[in-house]
Design a protein around this ligand. Structure first.
Ligand code: ATP
Ligand code: MG
Length: 246
């Protein structure tokens, strides 16, 4: 599998503390990957450096084919290049309907002014219908987003990110605060999303990670501690030590 994203030798320090320490790993083109690790392992910082929010002290971040460096690019340039990021708290427009939220997301990537002049065409409504099916909100399109459950808001935000057709979707702790049924639906949505793009999911919940049924990267103290199937990494003695020694 050729790499879509290759992080190599990346280090980030905050006041002398190394949040990322010579971090190296790569993500394939249509790969679903789970990133796990104890609190403070550097999982969110990894997403911050890929999305341009935090600048690494050293290392390389290569993107696409032929590979180009993401270092030095602005957050918006990285988003336009195809990296979508979902933060933990859903950031949907609560006063707007589900449909309007998705429509706004559709209008976004074109030009900075297109949000103001954007006129939805029938192809856009068709795309919204499709997206609503993917995120399981077809019956909620006319509802105000503020009325949705926590899980539904998270799915709406995933839908808004998918509307921009990212090549890589980064998702930080999507299952936090969700019911068991919502978690199951979230694994389905993420697995579907990874059919034609790469999806990287940071998550603490091991049942959730098991259901993703994908390769797992374990971070610890800013580096990769182990990588492989969930059974492989949870059988690794260094991983066991880190988790039991917390
Ligand atoms: N902006 C910042 N300034 C100072 N320290 C930071 C900053 N961001 C992260 N850190 C520190 O870097 C380390 C890694 O943090 P990070 O948020 O990446 O961990 P994480 O793996 O996402 O943890 P969690 O599972 O708790 O979300 C932590 O010790 C954190 O306190
Ligand atoms: Mg985090």
């Amino acid at each position: 599998m050729s790499a879509l994203l290759e992080v190599s030798g990346v280090s980030v320090s905050f006041d002398g503390f190394k949040a990322l320490n010579n971090l190296s790993f790569s993500i394939g083109k249509s790969e679903l990957r789970a990133v796990i690790g104890p609190n403070g392992a550097g999982k969110t910082t990894f997403m911050d450096v890929v999305t341009g929010k935090t600048r690494p002290d050293e290392g390389r971040i290569l993107w696409g084919e032929p590979p180009v460096s993401l270092l030095g690019k602005s957050e918006s340039a990285i988003a336009v290049a195809g990296v979508g990021r979902k933060f933990q708290r859903p950031t949907v427009f609560e006063d707007q309907s589900v449909q309007d939220n998705l429509m706004m997301a559709l209008s976004k990537p074109r030009t900075p002014f297109s949000v103001l002049t954007f006129k939805p065409a029938s192809v856009d409504y068709a795309r919204i219908k499709e997206l609503a099916e993917v995120i399981g909100l077809s019956a909620e399109l006319g509802r105000k987003s503020g009325e949705l459950s926590h899980g539904q808001k998270q799915w709406l935000e995933i839908g808004m990110l998918l509307a921009q057709e990212p090549k890589l979707l980064l998702v930080d702790e999507p299952a936090a605060g969700m019911t068991t049924a919502e978690r199951e639906k979230t694994t389905r949505i993420l697995r579907d999303a990874a059919r034609d793009r790469a999806v990287v999911v940071v998550e603490h919940d091991m049942d959730f990670v098991r259901k993703l049924d994908c390769k797992v990267t374990v971070l610890h103290e800013g580096s990769v501690l182990a990588e492989g199937s969930l059974d492989h990494v949870t059988g690794n003695k260094d991983v066991i030590e880190v988790y039991l020694g917390r």
